[in-house]
Unconditional design. Structure first.
Length: 345
């Protein structure tokens, strides 16, 4: 535990040389509140074991800043994701900055020789997730016990650690963005269960980052003709549907809202969600309905109305398809504190 605390402190002290704020700690979670003359916001850091570190940036800067990727004596492989805003990464002083867009993944290998910098532009909200693996500690910790995810990660460490490649810009991936949003919810509680859930979500993000990397390398990633800006519009429309499931979301109105054609809208949803627009709306509604059944005292008819559906029989059908039981059975299990069924994809 003492070792992980020192590593978290080392990360934030390196960042604080540039951001000139204050560092605080609560139950293993370290927080850097950046200096008010630099901007606003904070960076959270937590180390889970001997080799894994998670950092969450949520900052807005008064001037452009060049932030070190890690402490000078660390040999790190970073899996990064830009949730809001955009940034750029440069490795070595002679290198060029490589743009990282909103919703985009990247894998970056940084050590004492590369001296990586993260460039964050002023005036934008920058939300950035980083999961770092200490290469040397990872190899010492697992030694020859590499199976499953560990085996894939070891191959990836070797791929980047041979000096031939230090940065890989990946595909746009909305699933990882949704998982990162889940982290913020877990930070609201400071109990041990929340800590373990936080660690579990970070491992899930890491797994999806590794999967995305190998899909990119094997050229099996889902491809699209849409630009990064158009994909961000798809993301905004998706957020609107999630926030307002009760609205009757017609293709025509969504196209008007986004400025995209029907074909581009459908292509974007298939690329980002693996679903058509109508299927995505239906899935959002049934998941919202499950949440209401689980967390409120609303009856089934009230739930149906609240998520924008008009037919109770249709709702029961799609709910059962996803949760393998009727809404009535689901609500009864919750009241009787019986384990709730897992949802289908």
């Amino acid at each position: 535990m003492e070792l992980t605390i020192k590593r978290a402190e080392k990360h934030l002290h390196a960042l604080n040389e540039q951001l000139q704020g204050t560092i605080s700690q609560q139950k293993g979670l370290f927080r850097l509140d950046i200096g008010t003359h630099i901007g606003s916001g904070s960076i959270n850091c937590i180390c889970f074991n001997k080799c894994m570190t998670a950092l969450e940036y949520d900052i807005t800067l008064e001037e452009d800043q060049y932030i070190p990727l890690n402490a000078p004596d660390m040999d790190m492989l970073y899996f990064v994701y830009c949730l809001e805003g955009h940034g750029a990464v440069r490795l070595r002083e002679s290198g060029n900055f490589i743009q990282l867009d909103k919703l985009q993944t990247a894998v970056i290998y940084n050590n004492r020789e590369t001296e990586g910098l993260l460039k964050v532009d002023k005036g934008q909200r920058f939300v950035f997730n980083v999961i770092g693996i200490d290469k040397k500690r990872y190899e010492e910790h697992f030694r020859n016990n590499f199976h499953g995810l560990e085996g894939k990660l070891r191959q990836l460490l070797e791929h980047f650690g041979n000096g031939k490649k230090h940065i890989h810009l990946g595909a746009y991936n909305l699933k990882i963005g949704e998982q990162i949003k889940m982290l913020a919810k877990q930070r609201q509680d400071n109990d041990i269960a929340s800590y373990l859930r936080f660690e579990g979500i970070c491992n899930l993000i890491l797994s999806n980052q590794i999967t995305q990397f190998y899909l990119d390398v094997d050229q099996k990633s889902n491809t699209t003709s849409l630009t990064g800006q158009e994909l961000q519009l798809i993301h905004q429309v998706s957020e609107f549907i999630v926030n307002y499931p009760e609205v009757q979301h017609a293709i025509k109105s969504l196209c008007k809202k986004s400025g995209l054609s029907p074909n581009k809208l459908q292509e974007g949803f298939k690329f980002m969600h693996g679903r058509t627009v109508s299927d995505y709306v239906r899935n959002v509604r049934v998941e919202k309905a499950e949440e209401l059944l689980r967390t409120t005292d609303m009856n089934i008819s009230e739930v149906v109305y609240s998520v924008g559906l008009t037919s109770r029989s249709y709702f029961c059908k799609i709910f059962k398809n996803k949760y393998n039981c009727s809404p009535k059975q689901y609500k009864s299990k919750r009241l009787n504190k019986v384990d709730l069924p897992e949802a289908a994809a």
